[in-house]
Design a protein around this ligand. Structure first.
Ligand code: F6P
Length: 338
């Protein structure tokens, strides 16, 4: 009888049957507002289900170096509203090698960690995929301001970043109007145009340039001239960093159309700040789901949100799919900015 009680308490952890006793969590790649809310969700969900959680500091580089500490309920208090990541982040070349990955697995085993939640973008997912392929269960949580992870409509941090950008555009528009100027605003997005597209549409930009769509300089000049003929005295052009630098674009405009412009590169401002309610809720839901998957013994998954429902996909498949920018929205933005 006593023996049976012991077995039950060992496997049923607050209503969920699991063998998992100890999990790890790390953040990697470019930080994103809401990562802290995701860490909090992972830690609290795991502790709620009577598991232990270890924080791996400085992403995969901290994993290789064994920078690993136990997290308690209080370790994640007062962080839901903070930008950045309390676990720090890094981009780690060594973890791309088999030797680096082996060192990482050794550290996980040494600390008795049986499953890992990886919060980050596509580079972080690649690390999680490598661990998964070597038999270590990992679940990916999409955390990047770029919104460029397949298998989810939104990534953690995107909403905060676009609100930061829109704030900046509104301010730039004030001065652009006063001085009757054309501004070129460069936003982040090396391969993905989501930040440019959403903020361009929300900010009423005259032109939006994204890496996914080719553009003709002559067309842009014609557009600007058409506006001027109609009496339009100022314009905002949003350019994603993956297209070309705003400075380079401005010098091309000067050269081809003798057009005087001002450039504003928003840079890493876009990555900071307190997460919006949307990002906090998204992070809480995705972080918690990642723990559930590990508890269910489902490693090698990536969680996401589609039509407000939590989903999860094979992380290996996710990485083979291209991210698609919403071309209907792109078309709409050109229609509305005539
Ligand atoms: O992946 C997020 C991102 O902010 C990209 O938009 C940007 O190109 C890149 O990170 C910048 O990286 P770093 O922090 O290394 O300058």
């Amino acid at each position: 009888m006593d023996q049976q009680k012991y077995v039950l308490s060992f496997y049923i952890k607050n209503g969920v049957k699991t063998d998992m006793k100890r999990i790890g969590v790390l953040t990697s790649g470019g930080d994103a507002p809401g990562m802290n809310a995701a860490i909090r969700a992972v830690v609290r969900k795991a502790i709620y289900h009577e598991m232990e959680v270890y924080g791996i500091y400085q992403g995969y580089s901290g994993l290789i170096n064994g920078n690993i500490k136990k997290l308690e309920l209080g370790s994640v208090g007062d962080i839901i509203q903070r930008g950045g990541t309390m676990l720090y982040s890094a981009r780690c070349e060594e973890f791309k090698t088999k030797e680096g990955q082996a060192k990482g697995i050794e550290q996980l085993k040494k600390h008795g960690i049986e499953g890992l939640v990886v919060i980050g973008g596509d580079g972080s997912y690649r690390g999680a995929k490598a661990l998964t392929e070597q038999g270590f269960p990992c679940v990916g949580v999409p955390g990047t301001i770029d919104n460029d992870i397949p298998g989810t409509e939104y990534t953690i941090g995107f909403d905060t970043a676009i609100n930061t950008v829109i704030n900046a555009i509104d301010r730039i528009r004030d001065t652009a109007t006063s001085h009757e100027r054309t501004f070129i605003v460069e936003v982040m997005g090396r391969d993905a145009g989501d930040i440019a597209l959403w903020t361009g549409l929300a900010g009423g930009a005259e032109t939006i340039l994204i890496p996914e769509e080719k553009f003709e300089m002559k067309e842009i000049i014609k557009r600007l001239e058409r506006g001027q003929e109609r009496g339009k005295k100022h314009s905002i052009i949003i350019i994603a960093e993956g297209v070309c630098s705003a400075v380079e674009f401005a010098s091309q405009l000067k050269e081809m159309a003798n057009l005087e412009t001002r450039v504003s590169v928003l840079g890493h401002i876009q990555r900071g700040g307190s997460p919006t309610a949307f990002d906090r809720v998204l992070a809480s839901r995705l972080g918690s789901r990642a723990v559930e998957l590990l508890m269910e013994g489902k490693g090698g998954r990536a969680v996401g949100i589609e039509r407000n429902q939590l989903v999860d996909y094979d992380i290996i498949e996710i990485l083979s799919k291209p991210h698609k920018v919403n071309m209907d929205m792109y078309k709409l933005s050109t229609e509305l900015s005539i």
